[in-house]
Design a protein around this ligand. Structure first.
Ligand code: PMP
Length: 429
């Protein structure tokens, strides 16, 4: 049995000095009882919580861990730069080297600007589109997550004003009719269309973009001279070594990056085509830590590994092996899974589980056996996972399915998530 006493003590300390003890996407607020909030250590594909419990980690810090926590070559590059200087009065050469590496890696990109979080990159993208066109309206997928700024938030409006999103028009992802409609609403004030490379929303099946939908977005932008923006913050370099939508035959004008581009070092980026360079150079874009050199040096080393290793093929193969194994196990225990999205960024939901009780109970059984999964958010695999890790994971998930089967009739739904589940369902109608 896992001990959680240290974690419980930490949560008590946290509540005294941090609102709710924790906030944001890494809060365990939407997770079932038993998920550790604080971690002591991370290495490769593994995490240790404050009580020393070890987990094979399928969340990768919600994306940043691409090559394994503490990947030695990337850490060495970061350490070497740290010894020289990090946050200085101006940037280091590493900034240019990282921009060169990203521009070389991403086919549509002619220039790069760096910032800190994904929200910075998406906010700079819409500012660039507005500066480029001299117009105001941005089309955004309904329910899509593009960051924590007022213009981007869709689920909670606490602390925000309706004016924050006055110039955002929502469309239904993959629905050409709905996109065309949103463009009509924007009329001659259309500045840009913002899309994620696939649909990856919480509590829902994921789906890949319909090429016709992406092509329509491209055509609308070509016709109106608005900018097509891809938010690759979550999926960037996990689907492709290029911008994620290139594989669907569409090239954007701007792309937003973050999370994995420096394997966990804090940095994000806005990349763009030549025609948007001048506008990008004209917007207000800065921050105290944006020009720190250590994440840039880590980014250069990360780009080298993206170029020179088979990390992508390996991670996809690990994801497929996990997916195939889980599908068989679920069937053997009398469950049906809906495993959607790319295998290396899987969403795993249970069929006939409208209140998510089965999925929530199953992940706790897996957690108790040392496998960290999410019951509502897409997961992330890293390149440090080995075939042995996948076998070990599957041994444990098999036991988790057996335990779930044994208590199937007594599992209760988690009440606190039901209002959110209902709201998401209503928004999708
Ligand atoms: N866009 C997407 C698609 C994301 O997944 C996220 C983060 N989950 C963001 C933007 C915002 O990034 P950040 O949290 O680094 O501001």
């Amino acid at each position: 049995v896992r001990s959680l006493s240290q974690g419980t003590a930490l949560m008590e300390r946290a509540r005294a000095v941090i609102p709710n003890g924790m906030y944001g996407h890494e809060s365990v607020g939407l997770l079932p009882e038993g998920y550790p909030q604080f971690f002591a250590k991370a290495r490769g594909a593994r995490l240790w919580d404050a009580d020393g419990n070890e987990y094979i980690d399928y969340m990768c810090a919600f994306g940043p861990n691409l090559f394994g926590y503490g990947q030695p070559e990337i850490e060495a590059a970061a350490d070497a730069q740290r010894a020289l200087g990090d946050t200085m009065t101006g940037p280091a050469e590493a900034m240019i080297a990282f921009a060169e590496a990203m521009v070389a890696q991403v086919s549509h990109a002619d220039w790069a600007m760096f910032c800190k979080n994904g929200t910075d990159a998406t906010s700079m993208a819409i500012a660039t589109a507005r500066a480029h066109t001299g117009r105001g309206k941005i089309l955004v997928g309904r329910g899509a997550y593009h960051g924590a700024s007022g213009w981007a938030t869709q689920r909670s409006s606490r602390g925000l004003m309706p004016e924050d999103k006055a110039h955002v028009i929502h469309f239904r992802y993959n629905d050409a009719e709905s996109l065309a409609d949103a463009a009509r609403q924007a009329g001659d004030d259309l500045a840009g269309i913002l899309v994620t490379p696939f649909r990856h929303e919480i509590f829902q099946d994921q789906f890949l973009p319909d090429p016709e939908f992406l092509q329509l977005a491209r055509q609308i932008c070509d016709r109106t001279e608005a900018l097509l923006i891809v938010d690759d913050v979550r999926a960037g370099f996990r689907l492709d070594r290029d911008c994620s939508i290139e594989q669907f035959g569409v090239s954007p004008d701007l792309s937003c990056w973050g999370k994995a581009i420096a394997n966990g070092q804090p940095i994000s980026a806005l990349l763009g085509v030549e025609k948007a360079r001048q506008a990008a150079g004209s917007i207000v874009a800065t921050g105290s830590f944006w020009f720190s050199a250590v994440p840039m040096a880590a980014g250069v080393a990360t780009m080298r590994k993206i170029r020179e290793t088979d990390y992508l093929e390996h991670t996809i193969a690990m994801g497929q092996a996990l997916r195939d194994g889980l599908q068989q196990q679920a069937a053997a225990h009398g469950f049906t899974l809906r495993q959607t999205g790319p295998a290396q960024m899987p969403q795993i939901l249970f069929e006939e589980d409208p209140d998510f009780r089965l999925g929530y109970a199953w992940v706790v059984e897996a957690l108790d056996r040392g496998v960290y999964l999410s019951p509502y958010h897409n997961m992330f695999l890293c390149a440090a996972l080995t075939e042995a890790d996948i076998r070990l994971t599957l041994d444990r998930t098999d036991d988790a399915f057996a335990a779930l089967k044994a208590k199937r009739d007594t599992v209760r739904p988690l009440e606190k998530i039901q209002p959110l589940v209902a709201a998401i369902r209503a928004a999708n109608r």
